[in-house]
Ligand binder design. Sequence first.
Ligand code: SF4
Length: 335
Amino acid sequence: MFMALTEAKKNLQKKGFLDMEVDVKLDLFAEIERLKKEKNAIILAHYYQEPDIQDVADYIGDSLGLSQQAAKTDADIIVFAGVHFMAETAKILSPQKKVLLPDLKAGCSLADSAPPELFAKFREKYPDHIVISYINCSAGIKALSDIICTSSNAEKIIESVPKDQPIIFAPDRNLGSYLIKKTGRDMVLWNGACMVHEIFSLEKITKLKVRHPDAKIIAHPECEAAVLQVADFIGSTTGLLKFTQRDSAQEYIVVTETGILHQMQKENPGKTFIPAPPNNACACNDCPHMKLNTLEKLYLCMEYEEPEITMDEELRIAAKKPIDRMLDISAKAGL
Ligand code: SF4
């Protein structure tokens, strides 16, 4: 994969693309619409993308929804407004399509916390275990896994495995601990974490709750156990969004990346959404990787069809197997 990144970067530099400025008079929304039609391109955007990107996307979702969408689109080009492992997943599922990522540096601290060579050695210590990996991991980790899961379907995926079959769960230790509690399965956990979901301050959330006693605390399971303990509802990004639509409360303290507030506000115009504060004064509850993508970069990558995600075919086939198993189990369970 490193080769592919380096190659793509060289290509961009050759074209002067990295230093390119976009004419401020351009109507980027109109230009992006034009490029979508001209190139038969589809834009998939994760909920954590900036509002402008969400507004030009053809599909907005979380990891499971986006990977399912990537698998069924008949577009020639998939523009993935998300992070690198997500664009990789789209490439794994759609090898014949061109997959573009607006900024190649849009990585993920959680995916980076599990280098495949170290994980392979870790796995060797547990030869009778199967590996269930959260989709937020590199293609290399996927290739070393038996089943992939997302935060939406993880419980059902674990429950689909016979009770006497030992499991390694990777790479997120917080999601893993939460799932151990939910399913009662004693899984071996890889010690990885997401920098955004680990940054929330329990003390500040508690103070916020005192100031907003009627607000419900809703949290993503990648958060630490102490934060999850005070949550009124725990769910995937899509799960949190759906909860705010069906629930009767008028105010919510949202303990996940702030990008989701855009859809929450759009879907529930009368309700108030308060982003949970991090444990310092910075905007660390914004994912710095997700926020590397901008509308300008989205436009440039569609215009020049770079940076493109490429992948060794052997790796792609190995990484696809556990995703197919996830999609299969999800379809059978009606997820
Ligand atoms: S929010 Fe966390 S898990 Fe999601 S892309 Fe950013 S660093 Fe990775």
